[in-house]
Design a protein around this ligand. Structure first.
Ligand SMILES: [Zn+2]
Length: 285
């Protein structure tokens, strides 16, 4: 009898240990990951910011990425590079980040002939290929991949033949409108308004992250490593650290685009043809 109780206790102990160890492993499997991508490098003025402001905000974002030890991928618009900002891209490379092609003119494929668009991709590559951290990664401006099948296919086939990796977005932040309002309030010296826009921006980013994470988990039958779209803009230079802190507080880890894209989710076919610039999570059905 005593022997039996001893054996039962031993079996119980083993089950508890196995269950704890399974839960730990499972937590690791389910740890959420996000890669940071930044569009529209080097900088945008929105017709308001001075060159000095633009250079300062770029440097603030670069310092935050450095502080959080994040290796990001930045997508450069060739026509935005001028002699004042070319050094920023060298700094970006020296910190270990990767530069991808975001076209030369930031054309909207919905409104552009696909052959003109492909030539603009070539021109875009000519303007970034000299940077040592540039590689053949491509991000469609506005995430517009073609509103008609022949346009979509022409550009897609061109990118494949030219050895590009198309970098999708799963968490579409769509934070541009917050940035423009923030820039206006800030430059008018209305810090109460700027602060309130900043709070709205944070709530928006959290909402977008949770929405796309839930959608991806349902659509993919399990969690995926995400790719977040941010822009090299003024508001991010003030709130990126708060945003990264929020991700950390929710148990997210930061990864790179190349690591994230090793997940089989990113081999799924983009089935959407239309005008909208939507998340890859919404394109695969
Ligand atoms: Zn863009």
């Amino acid at each position: 009898m005593v022997k039996n109780i001893g054996a039962m206790l031993l079996v119980g102990l083993v089950i508890i240990i196995l269950s704890i160890s399974y839960r730990c492993e499972n937590n690791n499997i389910n740890a959420r990951e996000v890669a940071i991508t930044i569009d529209d490098l080097p900088t945008l003025s929105h017709g308001i910011l001075s060159k000095k402001d633009q250079i300062e905000y770029f440097n603030r974002i670069l310092s935050i990425l450095d502080e959080y030890q994040i290796t990001s991928m930045g997508f450069v618009v060739g026509s935005l590079i001028d002699e004042h900002e070319i050094g920023l891209l060298y700094d970006f490379c020296s910190k270990g980040h990767i530069i991808g092609n975001h076209t030369y003119s930031h054309f909207d494929l919905n409104k552009t002939d696909p052959f003109v668009y492909c030539n603009d991709i070539i021109k875009g590559w000519e303007s970034v290929s000299g940077f040592q951290c540039a590689d053949k990664y491509f991000r469609y401006p506005m995430l517009h991949r073609g509103d008609e099948k022949h346009k979509k296919d022409t550009v897609f086939n061109f990118l494949m033949k030219s050895d590009y990796i198309i970098v999708p977005v799963t968490i579409d932040s769509d934070e541009t409108s917050y940035n423009i309002s923030f820039v206006r309030a800030f430059t008018q010296g209305d810090m109460t308004k700027a602060d309130s826009i900043g709070k709205e921006y944070m709530a928006h980013m959290i909402k977008q992250t949770n929405y796309y994470d839930s959608l991806a988990t349902v659509n993919n039958n399990g969690q995926i490593p995400h790719i977040l779209l941010l822009h090299m803009n003024f508001i991010n230079s003030y709130y990126l650290d708060d945003l990264l802190d929020w991700y950390i507080s929710q148990g997210w880890n930061f990864t790179t685009v190349t690591e994230a894209m090793e997940h089989p989710f990113y081999t799924k076919k983009d089935r959407y043809v239309g005008k909208r610039g939507i998340s890859f999570v919404e394109r695969i059905f």
